[in-house]
Design a protein around this ligand. Structure first.
Ligand code: SF4
Length: 327
């Protein structure tokens, strides 16, 4: 198995009870069939508690939540299953989190999510460009996904170009966004025109129409301060993160441009809602976007559907208008 991840991945450490958030609240925690069967068969008081904690929703197992929190979390924000039986006892979701995993054929890509306070802090703080490493492991390939290999290698090469654009510091953020859109159109074909004059208000209203978990995110989507600067380093890191996370998904339908547009959209929305705020507030808004959009499959799918449109506000031309509005 070939596994690609950022070179800093091994430095990640969960903050455990010191985490100002927790990944075991607000989200659904799906539990794979094998883990559900194993956990439900456990003995003693913990086994009884797990049998109560594991519930079926629409035929899928998940951990029940109380007040939004996983019922296995204790008052110190620590998982009682982990505390009593160790990491090996966790289901697949909890074992992987906060890392996301993308499987392309026999290759796997892994990175911790920006929703995690521990990861985002170290990821944004570093000033050197993000580098990735690919390792061969002895792990057998058991979750092989069927993809068009020729297209995959074309996209892999194109993603290298896209990440290089995102990290070219001789270019302004505006120039990098424009070059990413140009690369997207080179790969996906030129798009139609956007006749509307103002685009950004539509983008914010689209985000307000999606499912919202946290009141801070709802408030952020009504920016009252004038548009100001967002740290170019933070925007660069967000672009690289999104390109790594989403670009290769184009292999499934041959359409990579909607994912590039979503990446540019992400940066522009941050400029609109985080402009002029302190770096600490900017980092928190980047974290909230990840939590509310990237980790919510329906929200992400809704935005992706919007960016499948090839003219109007969600076209590459629409994004160029939005660039004019915020940068
Ligand atoms: S969000 Fe990150 S730091 Fe917090 S509990 Fe989860 S993995 Fe640990």
């Amino acid at each position: 198995m070939r596994i690609t991840k950022p070179v800093w991945d091994s430095e990640f450490r969960c903050l455990a009870s010191a985490c100002p958030d927790t990944c075991c609240a607000l989200w659904e925690i799906p539990v794979d069939e094998d883990s559900a069967a194993r956990l439900r068969a456990m003995d003693g008081a913990l086994g009884a508690r797990l049998r109560e904690a594991l519930v079926q929703v629409d035929g899928e197992w998940q951990f029940a939540r109380k007040d939004g929190r996983c019922v296995m979390l204790n008052a110190e924000n620590l998982c009682d299953l982990y505390a009593q039986c160790g990491e090996g006892s966790l289901c697949r979701t909890c074992h992987l989190h906060p890392r996301f995993v993308e499987q392309y054929g026999g290759r796997r890509e892994v990175m911790a999510g920006l929703s995690c306070p521990a990861w985002i802090e170290s990821y944004l703080r570093r000033t050197e460009p993000v580098a990735f490493v690919t390792e061969e492991t002895d792990e057998p390939i058991c979750d092989y996904t069927d993809i068009d290999a020729a297209l995959f290698f074309r996209l892999l090469k194109a993603r290298e170009t896209a990440i290089a654009i995102a990290q070219t510091r001789a270019l302004s953020i505006r120039e990098r966004l424009e070059q990413l859109l140009a690369l997207g159109e080179e790969l996906g074909g030129a798009e139609g025109e956007c006749r509307q004059q103002r685009v950004l208000p539509t983008y914010l209203s689209k985000l307000r129409s999606l499912e919202i978990l946290m009141p801070q995110w709802r408030a952020a989507l009504h920016p009252s301060t004038p548009v100001g600067a967002v740290s170019p380093l933070y925007l660069e890191k967000v672009l690289v993160y999104d390109l790594f996370r989403f670009f290769l998904k184009g292999v499934y339908d041959g359409r990579v441009l909607p994912w590039i547009k979503l990446t540019v959209f992400h940066a522009l929305v941050l400029c609109a809602i985080a402009g002029g705020k302190s770096e600490c507030e900017q980092a928190e808004l980047i974290r909230l976007y990840s939590k509310e959009i990237e980790h919510n499959a329906e929200n992400l799918a809704s935005l992706h559907r919007a960016f499948l449109r090839r003219s109007g506000r969600y076209s590459a031309d629409g994004l160029r208008k939005a660039i004019e509005e915020v940068l």
